[in-house]
Design a protein around this ligand. Structure first.
Ligand code: NAP
Length: 255
């Protein structure tokens, strides 16, 4: 297959490096900054691609999809990888658009930090549109599996609520926890591995974090309200048995 990747940062660079390493496909990269074999700034090089992965920041993705609409036709399957799915699912394009989101990443950004194994064992959410032909989904799925991930089908709305629960709100909470101790030198000195693990998401890519907070704020607010009521429930007595249930749940979550 001819596979295109637009935006060779952490996610796009990792897809590109993996597919290039696999040597099964003709891989074409579109980048403003990376100078490598098979990479150029010219979007016309994507013509004739079977699949294109669009891996730019969320705040430019709609612009990039519009640009691709003038270049690609109905033969190409296009997926974006951005962290929210409802806002990208509203428009029709000439190409076959199937929104998706790999649940993999690190706190780093850019080509230098991209690595081919980033998606090994990861879940990759896919939110087909009403008119998505499942034969095209199967083609996309086969490449996602080559990257080492497995697909989970859902709707854009359910996806955006779920990522608020597991990623966007936890990041905001991690940032708030850091803010809690910014004027307390003793707490900073005593902070050890527990605090470090709990606040890892405060190290997130700032541009991406900004897009998440601005674009998914309603779902994030719902999670924060839910969190406040769950904390109240924990304070309401019989803390020990509630904590035990949570400990068991957390233990099973990553089994
Ligand atoms: P990143 O490392 O910053 O890469 C984004 C790349 O997009 C840049 O390296 C750049 O590539 C290109 N780009 C930046 N600004 C652009 C612009 N104005 N116009 C066109 N291209 C532009 O970020 P990332 O972590 O890979 O995130 C990319 C996408 O993946 C985002 O939509 C994000 O929501 C999603 N995502 C991220 C993670 C994560 O944990 N990091 C996980 C899942 C999904 P070139 O220099 O090559 O043009």
């Amino acid at each position: 297959m001819k596979i295109g990747v637009v935006g060779l940062g952490l996610i796009g660079g990792s897809i590109f490096k993996n597919l290039l390493e696999g040597k099964k496909h003709d891989v074409v990269g579109i980048s403003r900054s990376v100078n490598e074999f098979n990479v150029s700034k010219d979007y016309n090089n994507l013509k004739g691609c079977d699949i294109v992965f669009v891996c730019t920041p969320m705040n430019v993705i709609l612009e990039i999809l519009d640009k691709l609409n003038n270049i690609l036709d109905e033969k190409t399957i296009v997926t974006d990888v951005c962290s929210l799915k409802e806002f990208v699912s509203k428009k029709n394009y000439n190409f076959k658009f199937i929104p998706s989101h790999p649940m993999a990443g690190t706190e780093h950004q850019g080509w230098e930090y991209a690595f081919p194994d980033l998606f090994e064992g990861a879940t990759w959410a896919v939110t087909p549109l009403k008119d998505t032909d499942m034969k095209n989904f199967a083609v996309l799925k086969s490449i996602i599996e080559e990257l080492g991930a497995h697909t989970v089908l859902t709707t854009p709305q359910e996806h955006d609520k779920a990522v608020a629960l597991i990623s966007h709100a936890p990041m905001l909470i991690a940032q708030a926890l850091c803010k809690n101790i910014e004027n307390n030198e003793l707490a900073q000195t005593l902070a050890a591995s527990g605090f470090r693990d709990t606040t890892r998401l405060a190290m997130s890519n700032i541009e991406m974090a900004n897009d998440m907070v601005v674009m998914n704020n309603e779902n994030i607010k719902d999670v924060i309200n839910m969190l406040n009521s769950n904390i109240e429930v924990l304070f309401e007595g019989d803390y020990k048995s509630k904590a035990k249930k949570i400990k068991d749940f957390r233990e099973n979550l990553y089994k």
